[in-house]
Ligand binder design. Sequence first.
Ligand code: C2E
Ligand code: CA
Ligand code: CA
Length: 732
Amino acid sequence: MKQAMAVITTPVARMLQRLRAPSSKRVLVHEILWIQILSASIVGAFAIGALYWGGQWVLQDNYSRWALQWTEELNELGSPLYLSDDSEALLRLESFVKKYPEIGRVAYFRPDGTPLFSIDGDAELGPLTRLPESRLEDAKALVGNDQPYVLQSSIVSPRQFEILAPVWTESLADDGLFAFDPAVALTESKTELIGFVGMHLDFILFHDRLLANIKVAILILLVLLFAFALYGRRALRRALASISDLQDPIQELARGNLKVKFEPAEHREISDIVEALETTASALSERDAMLMELANHDNLTGLFNRRRFMEELNVELANIAVHEHSSALFFIDLDQFKYVNDTCGHHAGDRLIRKVADELLRSVSDEDIVARFGGDEFVILHCSTDKESAREMAEDILANMRRLAHVEDERVFHIHCSIGVTMINRAKANPDEIIAEADIACREAKSAGRNRMQFFEKSSHIVERATSDVGWMNRLRNAVDGDRFELRFQPINRIDSGATRYHEVLLRLRGDDGKLLSPDAFLPSAVRFGLMSEIDLWAIRHSAEAYAEYVEESPELRLSINLSANAFESDNLSDFVATVFEEYGVPANRIIFEITESLAVRRPRHVELQIDALREMGSKLALDDFGTGYSSFSYLQKLHFDFIKIDGSFVHDILNNPVDQKMIKLIAEVGREANMQTVAEYVQDAASLELLGELGVDLAQGFFVGRPTRRPLYKTTPISLSSRRNRRSWQH
Ligand code: C2E
Ligand code: CA
Ligand code: CA
């Protein structure tokens, strides 16, 4: 079997396609990185702010301590200068000022606030002015205090300060050397203000240094942030690599490639996602496979369906066009499959179809394509073959099918088939026409008697059949309307005594050329044209007429009339029979109706009712063609027949076929048990007749016993001694 796989774009695949990120979308790595850099910047800014604030605070603290220390030193250094022009003191003062760059100017004032002298540092300051009164007062108040100076910050710059401190001396209240009492001296010391010292301090230098440090800190922070960003990007990329790695396989998946391989992920979250995706992909591919199976296969048999078969046929047609070989297409129809369905139900029918499908697969080679077209129709594409091997293959299939026994509800069904074959070559390009040809050939095989194969012949059959069909229809119609049928009577004799028991009524059609046609030649067409039931009624009426005609010379006359399945199509068959019998004065118990085995097995409800009605009238019933299709002994008892007619195919070669002998013996035994008489058809010689007697068969019909004749003849069969000896006490 050829199998092919096509990629199906599933709805899920289309959904995945929509999920594919277009390039304008945000990038996860960048976003995470931005959040991190932003938070690092905020933290950095706070740190720098804190650094600045802390620096300021430390500076402030330092200022006041230095101011205190310097005021004290200047007090000491400056006080001698109030008394004399001590040049040494002046030098010390100058070097002091030089030592501290923060000191812009040191100025000494007289107690009334007028400047005494000043020493300037590097700063460019204005001329020294008299101290304002208010400041003088403030400074004076500090004499003897712990806080030795007043501090005034500059309006121009917050880092510049003016410090003013009183310069004072302390002397003991009593300076008499001998009576010196340190305790008194301490409490009663006298302070004397000698002037003021002013200092201009400029800490801008420190502040600038602080700012410079902070700038460096900011720079370092920025460099760190940049390095962090670079590193973070790499680290994030690496961390998110397993997500990025999913991008390609997911896109592949979206394109419909369900065989895509996902790399195993290191991270738990991602490996969960990968696992979910893999499960999804495998579920999808399972579903695809299922859809594929549904789209291409018949779900009862698993064979290709019609759709897929037509695809394969098209491929083969293309092959033929290139390679110029020929192939064969078989159209196979099961003969009377519907009986199994009707009798045993649809499940039984399904089982049989599956069995037939298996048998067909076994009968063909791997290159051949077998498909089910629905119902009981199968097709086979037999590639690269000629007519002769196609015929051989068809014969093989027929032989295999004949061997196929199907047991259902204790019944054995022999399913045969009809095969129509058409050869495909370059001249044929239309697949539908090819199928139609094989179908026509199959129908011809059916009407030619089923269980056979038939080649499609364009020139002859189609035209011939078409015209002959129309011709046949008119002939049959006219025969029914114009009484062109004739009846023949074939005797059925007892084997033990050789006496005629009854006659079977057989139909003939007089042809235009005056020749008689046998029923096998025209009855299949009659069935096809829907004329069969009318023909049955015709036979019943004319049999009754014949009975009335011949009963006078043969009072023992009994007639057996064949009924087809179509006879039961009208619901009032028994009414018709009753009316006709009454019209011709036929006692119903002198008439036997023959019903084929297939119809008896099928036993649709309406048929059963009519059979019962016929039996109630007093007529007898015979089961015709027993053994041909649906034979089962277990149901023989259930059907109340008076006669079982063993099909001629078991009889005509009985002398050479021990299996047939056994079969007939068995039928005879079962028949006796079920109180039915057995009739053997096709008895063509004395030896067969004798053997049939030995096997326990009651009655015989056949050319040896008597050919069908215009009028019922009575001719006792010559019987041998041995069969006389076998004469049985059981008699009817
Ligand atoms: P069947 O009912 O099985 O009838 C027996 C057939 O076997 C008859 O063929 C008969 O002539 C033939 N036959 C009997 N003994 C021998 C023999 O020793 N050798 C040979 N070669 N043939 C023998 P026939 O008359 O051609 O009928 C064929 C079939 O046509 C019948 O088979 C029956 O199914 C159907 N048929 C005939 N007449 C009627 C009828 O009036 N109504 C219906 N519905 N069917 C009929
Ligand atoms: Ca018959
Ligand atoms: Ca028969």
